[in-house]
Design a protein around this ligand. Sequence first.
Ligand code: UD1
Ligand code: UDP
Length: 352
Amino acid sequence: MKIVSIVGARPQFIKAAAVSRVICKNPSIHEILLHTGQHYDQNMSAVFFHELNIPQPDYNLEVGSGSHAQQTGKMLMKIEEVLIKEQPDWTLVYGDTNSTIAGSLAATKLHIPVAHVEAGLRSFNREMPEEINRIITDRISDLLFAPTQTAMQNLDNEGLKNITFFTGDVMFDSVLHYRELVFNNPEKYKTKNLPPSYLLATIHRSENTDNRKNIVSILDSFSKASLPVVFPLHPRTKKAISLIGEFPGNVIVIEPVGYLEMLKLILDSVKVLTDSGGLQKEAYFLGKQCITLRTETEWVETLHDNWNILTGTDRIKILEAIDSPLPTAKQKSEFGDGQAACKIVEYLESKT
Ligand code: UD1
Ligand code: UDP
């Protein structure tokens, strides 16, 4: 069986690493890795290939940044060329980025079967570019791998039950796999010169970075937080903040870090503040309360017992959540059994 796996953005390298690790052990599968080039900085791309032992991409389309239409359009043209040349049995796409929709659309038009990993996520907020990418990718794919029962239900509601399989979440597989490595090498993965007690924050959603009122309100809450805020800065956010002024003194800005350093940053934090999808789950898996700087989440399983608090960008709500008690209830196991990647590869084999 020949698979073309399409990745392009930071979280997709992490998701694809879990699946590629299983594929590598199966000599009957030939995986071709296609990197669209959506993310290209060393610390947004190469670091993950290196740290997570992902083979070098067979193709790097070097599409780079641009408006949605420019970026997606360039990807479509270049992915089509590769798919025509490679003629795979399956195209595998991940998550909800522009690389996901470009991959699924290019393949479907060539009648090449598409399987979508992390299918069925819905925020029901169509202003998010990711929501459009998800809805369209799920609608045109041939196989949908759902990470949670909520995702299963969303796909059932859209009439897609007959092509949907529950696998669990590949990001849960990854946390289980790599956390031991971090536990066993704490000094290696520890970011230097951080205070002993801190909040960890990331922001990159367009509704926060591209809206001056929202970004100002978030930074204002960070400035008044009762603990220092460690802030690995996404390049999009760096650009946005450079237009509005300075970082508050309470904020420790660092460059984006590798995945293993990020797990260590989460483990050593008091709480996590984020608008990231992946980070909300990792906080939950690693037993840290998350304050989500959005008004809704796709990962509703994390919301019980105040493990994940939705504050939006309201300064007062963020500060209240920072000072709220830590959860005492246990997390639930709703993200599978840590074998999502194996299930995905098995299903693909059984359907070929
Ligand atoms: C993208 C995804 C988002 C995902 C996120 C993960 C879409 C529509 N959005 O958002 O779903 O959660 O990745 O991080 O696909 N930039 C650099 N260097 C890089 C990459 C980006 O400087 O290596 C800057 C560029 O100015 C670019 C901006 O960041 O215009 C945004 O990058 P882009 O890939 O378009 O969207 P993200 O915000 O990263
Ligand atoms: N991440 C990382 N380094 C960072 C920030 C995030 O390795 O400096 C990881 C994070 O642990 C998670 C993934 O990147 O695994 C999430 O990516 P991101 O927040 O960019 O996108 P999203 O999950 O929102 O699509």
